[in-house]
Design a protein around this ligand. Structure first.
Ligand code: ADE
Length: 276
């Protein structure tokens, strides 16, 4: 057992680490060669609260447990030669099949997405997180070595996702990133709906600057409008700051952001002023 909150149980001969109890709204199954990597990140903060409150369950499956040979071999040399090893298709297909068999009919409308984590996948972003948070069940496959046998892509995966244009030594950090971004969007996980609504990227803009007490720190004051108690003025200021900040740091995001004609004018003005 990895730690107190994680329970080990046997499902069709494979060890599964189950976080939390039964009756979850969203279920996430992760296939990996290194299950122990997941013991820390999913046991703290918002995530643990979501598990404890029955909003999400995460099952970690060791791909090696779905092999049938004496040495539990999960990889092999690439046909045609070349450096590195390739993940064999059989244990991955078998793991996904067994996970699907354990689904109760009410647990999902259609078959769950089977997501392959790979630098060749579609780029992960807030919109993709939102899309994934609409599913009641996700199956996520972490790769290693030189990648997967192509038949996993062709005949098993329904989606391929990359968290950025760089190569990780395995898909596990990508799985953590994706699961974190998805879980915080689930209703009831964050304290108030507004906390994720105002996130950077949620509306296609970076988030406005935030301040807390003291009102003046080392001579640096909090913008006066935030102390005014005028909620309309505060909302307007925040929106303008979000636009300004997005223009300064990620101007390409503004092309797709939903801006009013006045806000588009503001962008033009800021560009002309050269303030951004
Ligand atoms: N596996 C290796 N690199 C990756 C990346 N950039 N995104 C997702 N999975 C990966």
């Amino acid at each position: 057992m990895i730690c107190g909150r994680i329970k080990a149980r046997l499902v069709s001969g494979a060890v599964v680490f189950l976080l939390g109890e039964t009756g979850f709204k969203v279920r996430i199954d992760i296939l990996t060669l290194f299950p122990q990597i997941f013991s820390g990140p999913f046991l703290s903060g918002i995530f643990q609260r979501a598990v404890n409150n029955g909003l999400v369950s995460v099952n970690i499956h060791n791909i090696r447990d779905y092999t049938h040979d004496k040495h539990h071999i999960v990889d092999d040399y690439p046909y045609g030669g070349g450096a590195g090893m390739v993940l064999k298709p059989e244990p991955i297909f078998e793991a996904v099949a067994q996970i699907k068999e354990t689904l109760k009919p009410e647990e999902g409308a259609g078959p769950p997405p089977v997501i392959l984590l790979t630098p060749q996948g579609r780029p992960f972003c807030q919109q993709v997180a939102q899309e994934l948070s609409g599913h009641s069940h996700l199956i996520i496959i972490c790769g290693h070595y030189e990648g997967f046998d192509e038949r996993v892509r062709q005949y098993l995966a329904t989606d391929e996702i990359s968290i950025g244009d760089y190569v990780l030594s395995g898909g596990e950090p990508a799985a953590m990133v994706i699961v974190d971004a998805v879980v915080r969007l689930l209703p009831g996980v964050l304290g108030s709906e507004a906390s994720s609504r105002d996130d950077s990227h949620a509306a296609g803009l970076l988030e406005y600057p935030q301040y807390t007490r003291p009102a003046v720190y080392r001579g640096w004051p909090v913008p006066e409008v935030l102390l005014s108690g005028n909620h309309a003025q505060i909302a307007k200021w925040r929106r303008q700051q979000a636009i300004r900040r997005t223009l300064e740091r990620r101007p390409e995001l503004l092309d797709k952001a939903q801006l009013s004609p006045e806000e588009r004018q503001l962008v033009s003005r800021l560009k002309e002023d050269g303030t951004c």
